[in-house]
Design a protein around this ligand. Sequence first.
Ligand SMILES: C[S@@+](CC[C@H](N)C(=O)[O-])C[C@H]1O[C@@H](n2cnc3c(N)ncnc32)[C@H](O)[C@@H]1O
Length: 321
Amino acid sequence: MSDHTPVLVREVIELFHPKPGDVLLDATLGHGGHAKAFLDAAGSGAKVIGIDADEEALTVAKEKLKAFGDNVTYLKQNFAELPDVKVNAILFDLGIGSHQIADDARGFSFSSEGPLTMQYGAADSLPDANLEPINVLTRRLNHYPDASELLDFLSPMALADMVKEYGEERYAGVVGNAIAGGRPFASAKKLASVIEKAVPKFYEKGRIHPATRTFQALRLATNRELEVLESVLSIVAERLLPSGVLAVISFHSLEDRIVKHYFRKASAACICPIEQPICNCEYTPQLTILTKRPIIAGEEERERNPRSRSAKLRAARRRSP
Ligand SMILES: C[S@@+](CC[C@H](N)C(=O)[O-])C[C@H]1O[C@@H](n2cnc3c(N)ncnc32)[C@H](O)[C@@H]1O
């Protein structure tokens, strides 16, 4: 399996500033690159609790982190079910790893000829989707639909809504109709080609592949990534010890918007409606923002690792109760 090159490692470690004995909850362990940097920087007795829904990613992480023995705990689960612990640092490095894009059996890449599942791993319990037709389909199938089931069963209008909501695709109607006319979809390659033929020839002036936004939408809808992120952020500050640091790396504007709004709210002095003249919310902010603007990769990293070009890192510190 190809190795994943982690992004913004130095910047993340500077924010965590780990010390011996510190504990990191790495909610997206992947191949363990950030976790290893944390353990190396912290020194003796530091621990990592690493979560990933993807069995294969955990296998690679276990090999990479084996020198740290019992100081690393591996949890194969969705981070929606965040363990009830108190730690010094929490990291979300969201989305997909290059190991998953390279895996032909997942359908994450445009050229993939394997099954079109787009799932990180089986999930026991996910929040409701923002789009009701996906919830209706879930109840009908009695399981969380994978990508090919969404494509095969949603109506053209629901498909268009999905591509618009999760992909911000301006040709959502065209794409929804093309998908409905092209099913069934046994592979990502077929999906990419159906979309390429349906959208205008000079789609986005050739800046991105015509199926980029649809693939993003399908991945987000399949894994309910935005819904899971919103739900986990509502509880995450409780898992930090006083002065503990939360860091989130996002890769597209829909994710970053959710993170930015959460940080703003969790650090606000007051959450009364803006038109209310007297504050009566008695709100206690949980976090202090550490990154006024998101940190982005420097030129050298952008050159070396193209995936880092869309990465945005935001961090905040837990206030004392
Ligand atoms: C960008 S990679 C993380 C890479 C990692 N920081 C490293 O250094 O190798 C994201 C990982 O998070 C996992 N993931 C994404 N969403 C998840 C979720 N909701 N629950 C659990 N794991 C998730 C994916 O399976 C993937 O392995």
